[in-house]
Design a protein around this ligand. Structure first.
Ligand SMILES: Cc1cc2nc3c(=O)[nH]c(=O)nc-3n(C[C@H](O)[C@H](O)[C@H](O)COP(=O)(O)OP(=O)(O)OC[C@H]3O[C@@H](n4cnc5c(N)ncnc54)[C@H](O)[C@@H]3O)c2cc1C
Length: 449
């Protein structure tokens, strides 16, 4: 079944020194979602309380509108990838998930606001600016709903139709402009004045913060966060291109398992794409990326990049870190999902006290990259073992095979996974059926969903 199994036969579970249990996931994984939900709730409550004297309809309409503004502002703030906030969500991918659901919630709240449409015509004199505010609201409402629908249905279920990422990304850029129009609506639309300053302060603060975050994302961050590298080595294995990048100026600090956004405008690849750094931090600051050709950008790499090409890297991001795990770990990689494990394996010293077994599932032998790195890690540390399952030769990995191959009971281990969701789900289902559900499962997705 296996291509290479590197294992110390003496590494039995009995006699294993138990490591102190470290917190596995971010200590407060719900902190981020709670922190974004609270201001939305506060805005809704303030809106309702402030406009309650004008009737239930007006109060509800304002409550929904106020919550929508705050939710939208926060989607823009999260899109700016604030590094200090990322840990509160347990990583950038999870932060993006909250960003997505905040956007969807904002759409629902906007629809409710629009349906109820608070009407103060009888209490407030209409002004020209108020008219403008109303028109701005209608324009922003329709355009935002269209953009949010495009984002939500980027990949249509069942029929497999997918809007190309570039088009989706381009349309997403306009969110900030439309949000600014929403702020114009909120600011100028005819409303009773002097009712309660707190709601206005809250909405204006989030309004300014949202627009500022969008300007930062589009104009400032690209200049501020990118570091210059040059391609010092480039190699090809099957459809995977491996790049070694050397820093031109300030080196980047990162932890194994983190990823970064890469672009090479000089070679016509100006769109930043996320890739896991497939190497451990090195004294010379060099980074390795192994990139599988999946679409237009990744396929064009071998033809466009050369030794010496300048590349810009933004990061690091992510919190995929096996050192937050327990004393026994299964690392399961599907295809190019091996990259974080290569960085971990390279960073592993002989002092590593965890028992780790890595299974790398690939379709063909050619896909199995980084074998030398894994062999070196296994030679350095007998507690680390690995095997490569080549589907065309060994058949698919099954839960049964995994249980048989692991040098410890899977149910006593943590499972770290990176690869196609189908592989993870299938293996977990099989493990559960055999009473071998891992103690904890942690995975990295190569997609922001
Ligand atoms: C955190 C993370 C780490 C990753 N690490 C690796 C890695 O180590 N090696 C590797 O080969 N791949 C990795 N990927 C996947 C890689 O980013 C995509 O395969 C690549 O961006 C596809 O681009 P494309 O234009 O060639 O393909 P397309 O066919 O255009 O895109 C395929 C899919 O990739 C995603 N994608 C495309 N462009 C972007 C972009 N600019 N930003 C974000 N997502 C995009 C979209 O979901 C899209 O549906 C990682 C992805 C993420 C999110």
């Amino acid at each position: 079944m296996t291509d290479a199994v590197h294992r110390d036969g003496n590494a039995s579970i009995q006699g294993l020194p138990t490591l102190p249990r470290l917190p596995f996931i971010s200590p407060l994984p719900m902190t981020g979602p709670l922190l974004v939900a609270l201001p939305c709730l506060l805005a809704a409550l303030l809106g309702f309380k402030t406009y309650a004297p004008y009737g239930a309809d007006a109060a509800l309409g304002i409550a929904f509108g106020a919550a929508a503004v705050v939710a939208m502002a926060q989607t823009l703030i999260l899109a700016a990838r604030p590094p200090l906030v990322e840990p509160l969500f347990g990583g950038l991918d999870r932060m993006y998930r909250v960003h997505k659901w905040l956007g969807i919630s904002a759409a629902v709240l906007m629809i409710l606001h629009q349906q109820i449409e608070p009407d103060f015509e009888r209490t407030v004199r209409e002004t020209g600016l108020g008219e403008l505010g109303e028109e701005a609201g209608d324009l922003a409402f329709n355009a935002l709903l269209a953009l949010i629908a495009v984002s939500w249905f980027r990949r249509l279920p069942f029929i497999g139709l997918e809007i190309p990422y570039q088009i989706w990304r381009f349309s997403h850029r306009f969110m900030g402009v439309l949000f600014a129009i929403v702020i114009v609506h909120q600011f100028f639309v005819d409303m009773p004045t002097g009712v309660d300053p707190f709601l206005s302060i809250l909405l204006n603060t989030f309004g300014i913060a949202g627009v500022a975050a969008w300007i930062f994302t589009e104009l400032v961050a690209p200049q501020l966060r990118r570091r210059e590298f040059t391609v010092s080595e480039i190699s090809q294995t099957g459809d995977t291109t491996t790049l070694r990048l050397s820093p031109k100026g300030r080196a980047m600090r990162w932890r194994p398992g983190q990823f970064a956004f890469v672009r090479a405008p000089e070679a016509g690849l100006s769109e930043p794409h996320p890739f896991t750094i497939a190497s451990a931090p090195r004294p010379d600051g060099a980074l390795t990326f192994s990139i599988r050709a999946l679409g237009g950008w990744t396929r064009s790499l071998p033809a466009t990049l050369r030794t010496g090409t300048r590349v810009q890297v933004e990061g690091p991001y992510g919190r995929f870190d096996f050192r937050k795990g327990g004393a026994r770990q299964i690392w399961l990689a599907g295809g190019i999902g091996i990259t974080p494990f290569l960085a971990w394996a390279e960073s592993m010293t002989e002092a590593e006290r965890r028992d780790i077994h890595l299974v790398h599932c690939v379709r063909t032998q050619e896909e199995a990259i980084g074998i030398e790195t894994l062999r070196a890690a296994a030679a350095r540390n007998p507690r680390f073992s690995f095997e490569v399952v080549v589907t065309t030769r060994d058949g698919r990995l099954t839960a049964e095979r995994l249980i048989g191959a692991a040098p410890f009971a899977v149910r006593q281990a943590d499972l770290w996974f990176c690869g196609p969701t189908g592989l993870k789900d299938g293996i977990l289902k099989g493990l559960k059926a055999r009473g071998q559900t891992p103690r904890r499962v942690r995975f990295e997705q190569f997609e922001f969903v």
